[in-house]
Design a protein around this ligand. Sequence first.
Ligand SMILES: [Cu+2]
Length: 250
Amino acid sequence: MKFFLMIVALFAINQVNVVAQVISPTPEMASEAAKTVYSCPMHPEVQSKKRGKCPKCKMDLVKQTAAATPAAALEETAVNTGGKLRIPDVEVLDQDGKTHHFYSDLVKGKTVAINFIFTNCTTICPPLGATFARVQRDLLGKDVQFISVSVDPLTDTPERLKAWGAKFKAGAGWTFVTGNKPEIDQLLRALGASAARREDHTPSVIVGNDAKDVWTRTYGLARTTQMVTLIENVLAGKADESIAKESTQP
Ligand SMILES: [Cu+2]
């Protein structure tokens, strides 16, 4: 672990040096840099003035803007609503083109795992989909619903989402959600998953038991067994924060 951190640190230092050699900062750039904060999407407490990786989960730190602080946004949402995540009941379309109200039809009274994808993504979405598929198979017979919300509703038609799900052999109980952009944007904001660019979307997964009002968030690229354990705990009404955090440790 220490060795790994050293490598990360050396890599970070090296990158900074390269940047410093290429561009000599102007005063404006320096003041811009001073204002810029990079933070981990999963661990908002991890903040840095430089690009790099989160020491807790190794995710790339992302530049913090009002629109791109998913974990912080979720916390804010939870605090604003007295600890309860307020999930909008917007109209959405599933992969068969059927209309649903997001909260009342897909979430209310259920245990759900929600991730955020777009079908043209060539980076984290394929592994996010593959992980969901493995978790769904491991939880076969358990009352858990899987939901993938498109962060690119203008491109992701129901047909595209259906084809994308088929690649992962998505089973019954896995709903792919798209819809009109304003509604989907509202949904993404409420779930703390909006990003200025679709490429910057969060790899986090929201796991919740609506009946027992237990909600947590985990890293969508965590090991399958860790996500399975977390979902089983949430299904049982246990929100063990340490489980969510552990799942991001190396
Ligand atoms: Cu992606």
